[in-house]
Design a protein around this ligand. Structure first.
Ligand code: ADP
Ligand code: MG
Length: 337
């Protein structure tokens, strides 16, 4: 694990600790204990400002006391309320069965038989007309791409939704091309999606909702079953879309990606929201983590140990943060000299 070049080259999901510069000689460590031991006695980590959710936008999603049961009686959602503001990037997390996909299907107008209030872009989703119009506002990328993709070539798959929207042929062509370039699939434009790899299918799923230019994209577990590099690429694509103005809700089990990319987290448990706030405060909150059976990323666990032994004032979320905080410390020491 100390051979970073090899790890990069063969795309291995290495422990985050292996990304830290540790000790004065910056050699690699692979365990929390090893890292802490390598820190010089007089070291102190500089406190960095942490990312907070930007809730300055207008509300795009408004949910109040939402309840939902499937036809067989399964109570999937048990009364939840939250808002998502324009241009946020929110992680939706929680164990299997906690209701994340059900919530996403309601927000995208697929399921309508709910109780409570759900408004998207000021449209009441109790109204079937508004639900039918939802694909213009909310793009839902299914958990399983095979449930979403059904055309026999990549071009047709992306063009499908646009045709339904009544977009003209020339605009369709232009949008399909742009969108396939942005997800790096332009060279597959004539291929049958059946022959695409998992990661490629994922990106195709994202492309076909992107083409509709929705205000909100909900991506259901885009990183499950992908290697780290692919997961990171998908998250980088979502981040880019977010920077360009799209509101993003991403469902994922990968706490490392949540820490790295999502300023805000909503945590669900048994059809309820058990936490809604900054990702930073979530990872500080051991009680919530335990309730929802979440394991904080390795760097968070490391920095909690560092706080305990008094070498850091607060937790850190990513290896980059630790290296930055540590790097500064080294500079300060040198200046002191
Ligand atoms: P998550 O996406 O967080 O894993 P889901 O929204 O898929 O959770 O599921 C929430 C609850 O609803 C679970 O108890 C699940 O078994 C149930 N459920 C999901 N889909 C259906 C369905 N089509 N019919 C009946 N129950 C369902
Ligand atoms: Mg799900």
């Amino acid at each position: 694990y100390s051979n970073i070049d090899l790890i990069d080259k063969y795309n291995i999901y290495a422990p985050e600790i292996a990304e830290l510069n540790c000790g004065r000689d910056s050699k690699r460590c692979t365990t929390i204990e090893g890292f802490i031991k390598s820190i010089p006695q007089d070291a102190k980590f500089v406190k960095l400002p942490h990312v907070v959710p930007d809730e300055s936008g207008t509300p795009l999603v408004e949910v109040k006391d939402l309840k939902f049961a499937y036809e067989d009686g399964t109570q999937a959602l048990n009364g939840l309320s939250f808002e998502v503001k324009q241009n946020e990037l929110v992680a939706l997390i929680g164990q299997n069965g906690s209701g994340k996909s059900t919530l996403s299907k309601i927000l995208s107008g697929i399921e309508g038989n709910f109780r409570g209030t759900v408004k998207v872009a000021d449209l009441d989703l109790h109204d079937v007309k508004n639900r039918r119009n939802m694909p213009r506002h909310v793009g839902y990328v299914f958990q399983n791409p095979d449930h979403q993709i059904f055309n026999r070539n990549v071009y047709a798959e992306v063009a499908y939704g646009l045709k339904n929207m009544g977009v003209t042929q020339s605009v369709i062509e232009e949008r399909v091309n742009t969108v396939l370039k942005s997800v790096n699939l332009i060279d597959k434009i004539k291929e049958d999606p059946l022959f695409l790899g998992r990661g490629q299918k994922r990106r195709l799923g994202v492309a076909s909702v992107l083409a509709m230019h929705p205000e909100i994209i909900i991506v259901d577990e885009p990183t499950t079953g992908q290697d780290y590099k692919m997961s990171k690429e998908i998250m980088q694509l979502l981040k880019k879309l977010n920077e360009d103005g799209t509101t993003i809700i991403v469902i994922t089990h990968d706490m490392r990606l949540v820490a790295e990319f999502c300023p805000r987290s909503i945590v669900m448990n048994q059809g309820k929201i058990v936490y809604d706030g900054s990702t930073f405060d979530l990872f500080k909150n051991d009680k919530v983590l335990e309730t929802a059976s979440l394991r904080a990323p390795q760097i968070v666990r490391l920095s909690k140990e560092m706080v305990k032994v008094g070498i850091s004032d607060d937790i850190m979320l990513t290896s980059e943060d630790v290296n930055r905080a540590y790097g500064k410390w080294i500079v300060i020491q040198n200046n002191d000299k």
